[in-house]
Ligand binder design. Structure first.
Ligand SMILES: [Zn+2]
Length: 419
């Protein structure tokens, strides 16, 4: 059995248009995602996986049964590998033309757009690939390594396991999901039916990276209730909700905004406002890596709210806090092997593991809180969501190796425990 190289497989998947659409009411949000899902469904069957199922909402799952004797298999948990088939909605992703080239150093020109180059200065990771093969788009679209690199890596690892039955492994579950980029990746994902003890989203960036932390996220919703009146006769009567809202926005800390923070720093972000003199609404994102940090920011907002009410007598300012999601590390720490084994797998793949907090939420975070601990592992791509997206072939190979090491490590640990 010849195994299709991961880069060839990736380029085939990249050519299928799967851009998602946040305004669509269907799942998947776009018909192109069905094309790739059906192709993958067919390929999983051809590879000989069991329980290949494509749900009505476009969630594709399959099983690679354990090939170790039952007593040993009993101690080896089912582990899952996940990737999303859609590409970022905000960047053209139709008719992607992957370009394979050996990187010779310096900037990388993209043939479809003479004005667009991948700048070495803005992409230090390029320096590690001189003399090696990388893949870009032609410059008119994104590439879709986010997350077809992850899809291709999982499929390649499965093909390798199938071709080498002497490689012993526990039961593996595979999940390919639609619409991650528009925030609906896990809407129709059935965690109990998936039936894995832990899972890994292969959806990270640089080789060696593993993400186990997300923000804790709330939304503060302010309602300003003023009093409208004919402006010609409004003296002493009219109370303008908009002025109170402007006051509140003006008092938000400039040094704790998305554009002035990074790494582990928290922020407050006024991101949408609407209304008029009589009533206005403002939404502020509250983000921190700890629940304490979140509460500190919310106390700060409450103090601002009170100050604004004092300055604008007659305008009522109400604040409501809506919980969005919590740092997945809080939950992941309950299953320490999930991360420990991922770190070990990266080391066995010859890389230095690096953990990095995600300044956002992920499908993995939602799944983790739904009972399936799911760290995010590198898939190799860089410059996600842009026309200058690229991936190194070696990085995809290292990701495949990491998947295979993860499978080994979970089996070894299970067998050790079973004695
Ligand atoms: Zn992704």
């Amino acid at each position: 059995m010849t195994i299709e190289p991961v880069a060839d497989r990736f380029c085939r998947y990249a050519r299928v248009t799967t851009r998602s659409d946040e305004d669509s009411k269907t799942s998947p949000s776009t018909p192109g995602q069905w094309d790739l899902l059906r192709l993958l469904e067919e390929e999983l069957r051809t590879l000989g996986l069991d329980e290949v199922a494509l749900s009505e909402h476009g969630v594709l799952t399959a099983t690679l049964p354990a090939n170790i004797p039952t007593p040993a298999a009993a101690g080896v948990p089912t582990i899952g590998f996940l990737a999303h088939v859609d590409t970022y909605a905000g960047t053209p992703g139709e008719d992607v033309k992957p370009q394979r080239l050996v990187y010779r150093g310096g900037d990388v020109a993209l043939p479809g757009d003479p004005d667009l180059v991948i700048r070495a200065a803005e992409c230090p990771a390029l320096a590690g690939y001189v003399g090696k093969e990388i893949i870009t788009s032609d410059g008119t679209t994104l590439l879709g390594a986010d997350d077809k690199a992850g899809v291709a890596e999982i499929m390649t690892a499965l093909a390798i396991l199938k071709a080498h039955p002497q490689r012993r492994h526990g039961r593996l579950r595979i999940g390919f999901t639609p619409d991650e980029e528009v925030g609906h990746g896990t809407d129709h994902f059935d965690v109990p039916a998936f039936g894995a003890a832990v899972a890994y989203t292969m959806d990270g960036s640089e080789p060696g990276e593993i993400e186990d932390e997300t923000f804790c996220a709330d939304t503060a919703v302010f309602t300003f209730t003023g009093h409208d009146h004919h402006p010609g006769y409004a003296k002493g009567i009219l109370k303008n909700a908009l002025l109170a809202m402007a006051e509140l926005i003006g008092r938000l800390p400039r040094d704790a905004a998305p554009e002035t923070t990074d790494g582990r720093e928290s922020y407050l972000h006024a991101y949408t406002a609407s209304g008029g003199v009589g009533e206005a609404t403002l939404k502020v994102l509250v983000r921190s890596f700890t629940v304490d940090g979140l509460q500190a920011l919310e106390q700060r907002l409450e103090a601002i709210r009170q100050a604004v009410e004092l300055l604008h007598p007659g305008v009522r300012v109400a604040m409501r806090i809506d919980e969005s999601y919590r740092n997945m590390k809080l939950k992941l720490d309950e299953t320490p092997a999930a991360m420990a084994h991922a770190l070990e797998a990266v080391r066995r793949a010859g890389l230095e593991p690096r953990t990095r907090p995600i300044r956002g939420g992920t499908d993995g975070a939602r799944l983790t809180f739904a009972g399936l601990p799911t760290p995010n592992v590198f898939a190799g791509g860089l410059n996600f969501h842009s026309k200058s997206e690229w991936v190194a072939v070696e990085a995809m190979e290292q990701s495949v190796a990491t998947i295979l090491h993860l499978v080994d490590i979970w089996r070894e640990a299970g067998e050790r425990q079973a004695g």
